[in-house]
Design a protein. Structure first.
Length: 221
């Protein structure tokens, strides 16, 4: 049982649950912490808990047999992992992996408690299925982008999301490739083209955005 403050009051799940269900949820969960870089679950591992993230960031990604990776989504505070939800509902093992990008804290609801609340609480069901539906919609958009989107536009949109210290992109070519679901060589080739146009400047282990307005214009074509 989780002790201390009522963590359900600070996240969206609390808004859809009555007091009795919130109390039952708190009694069934236990606190979980993990440092940045922790592999929280991996492909083929059994799913035992429904995690509700309270702080930090979790990256959920898929790795192919040849080692190619793609980021499916990130779980933020107050959110849950729909891959976990799917595994709990189907009884199947994980088919993706989750990595703590930062130090995290979460509440873990065991499978038995998850099934109890799904069966007995309309509010909890609404929370679970709403989160599931929203994430499925975003995954369909990702599939569309990977399958049909232009890599130059997707990279132009991705670079500003990784900027630190004004104009420096804090991500390697490989990390950008994982974000976009493509090969590192493709990202490197496209960055070289951006540099030729004067939009970015490449250095040792670093990319600087020189003309952010040019990148933004490309995404709107």
């Amino acid at each position: 049982m989780s002790q201390g403050r009522d963590w359900t009051s600070s996240i969206s799940v609390g808004a859809v649950l009555d007091q009795a269900t919130r109390a039952r949820l708190r009694s069934l969960t236990h606190s979980v912490t993990a440092p940045a870089g922790t592999r929280l679950f991996g492909e083929g591992s059994p799913c035992q808990d429904y995690l509700i993230l309270l702080s930090g960031l979790v990256r959920v990604q898929k790795v192919s047999q040849n080692g190619r990776e793609i980021v499916l989504y990130r779980v933020e505070p107050g959110e849950t992992c729909v891959v976990t939800t799917a595994c709990l509902m189907s009884g199947l093992d994980y088919d993706a992996e989750g990595i703590a990008e930062t130090d995290i804290t979460a509440e873990a609801l065991p499978m038995s408690g998850f099934r109890e609340l799904i069966a007995g609480s309309a509010g909890f069901r609404d929370f679970v299925f709403r989160a599931y539906g929203l994430r499925i919609s975003s995954l369909l958009m990702l599939i569309e982008e990977v399958a049909f989107g232009r890599i130059d536009q997707r990279l132009a949109a991705c670079l500003p999301d990784h900027v630190e210290d004004g104009s420096a992109v804090n991500a390697t070519h490989q990390e950008l490739a994982v974000e976009l679901g493509t090969a590192r060589e493709v990202v490197s080739r496209q960055l070289k083209d951006f540099e030729r146009r004067g939009w970015v400047r490449r250095g040792r282990g670093q990319v600087l955005i020189v003309q952010p307005e040019a990148l933004e214009s490309l995404t709107k074509i």
